[in-house]
Design a protein around this ligand. Structure first.
Ligand code: NAP
Length: 260
């Protein structure tokens, strides 16, 4: 923090990830220096693989079958088809829409939630505070791919969990601070939620002894859903910097007023 303010000739800030919350969090961030974020199809594919992997795990009751295996129990559990399982995606931007398309290809009934109203062919879309209830009410599996902003911090809380179908599953691959940790543990322990897959945490690395490590209904991955991949990212950033130097428009600039 404060480093960027010490650079008097700074013309462009180039983020090396999809989110820019860490850059915008700098209270001394120089005003009027444009901020570029990385949009890399390689990373988008990587995130979609992660989301599909985890949604399938929840859908096919992986935690329960693993527990049965450990206990030596052979028991068939009731199983729905993907077409009977509704998935809601919070954040229907670059990552959310790609994951949505891949889930839809598997047959899942997918809906997406964004800030501004939008039409995406083949998907139910909701937006704004008034659209959130409709999305949550139909989301047996909820995936968070939101950017972290003042409007989305702590969005995954007890109030939101109460609006999901009973026994819903959660995947958070947005940011750790989207989640109110104590509310998640309470929702899992009461059965309001059936399971949660978390790739991002308020404190990373997740501290030793944190209750998430050993919770039987939580799957922890160490922020690996979509890592920056230098061989594909570098040419994309070089191209963007060249466009910037040539005065051409850039389509991956952060809007600091919006917060993403
Ligand atoms: P993006 O293209 O900017 O999409 C963001 C989406 O969130 C948009 O649909 C946007 O709505 C929506 N949104 C933002 N604020 C909202 C609000 N207050 N209410 C409702 N919807 C809101 O971003 P992206 O490339 O998909 O990336 C999303 C986030 O994923 C990143 O910011 C980062 O935090 C996270 N991420 C995590 C990993 C990982 O490894 N776990 C890797 C990469 C990214 P509009 O469409 O109306 O603008």
């Amino acid at each position: 923090l404060g480093l960027l303010a010490s650079l008097p000739n700074l013309k462009l800030i180039v983020g090396l990830g999809a989110g820019a919350d860490h850059i915008l969090a700098d209270p001394a961030l120089p005003a009027r220096v444009p901020i570029l974020r990385l949009v890399d199809p390689y990373m988008t594919d990587s995130m979609s693989e992660y989301v599909v992997w985890q949604v399938l795990r929840l859908h096919r009751q992986d935690l329960d079958y693993l527990a049965q295996q450990r206990a030596g129990i052979w028991r068939e559990r009731e199983q729905k088809n993907a077409a009977e399982r509704s998935v809601g995606i919070l954040g229907f931007g670059t990552l959310g829409q790609d994951a949505g398309k891949k889930l839809k290809a598997l047959g899942f009934a997918v809906a997406g939630w964004s800030r501004a109203a939008k039409t995406v062919a083949g998907f139910a879309t909701m937006s704004g505070a008034e659209g959130l209830d409709a999305l949550l009410g139909r989301s047996e599996i909820l995936v968070c791919l939101l950017p972290l902003t003042p409007a989305t911090v702590g969005i995954l809380d007890a109030r939101l969990f109460a609006r999901l179908p009973s026994g819903a599953g959660l995947v958070n691959a947005g940011r750790g601070s989207h989640l109110v940790e104590a509310d998640l543990v309470a929702a899992l322990d009461s059965g309001r939620l059936s399971a949660a897959v978390l790739d991002v945490f308020r404190d990373e690395p997740l501290p030793p002894g944190h209750p998430f490590w050993a919770h039987p209904r939580i799957i922890v991955t160490p922020h690996i859903a979509a890592e920056t991949h230098p061989p594909t990212a570098a040419p994309i950033l070089v191209e963007a910097i060249s466009r910037f130097e040539a005065g051409l428009p850039l389509d991956t600039l952060i809007d600091p007023a919006r917060g993403y």
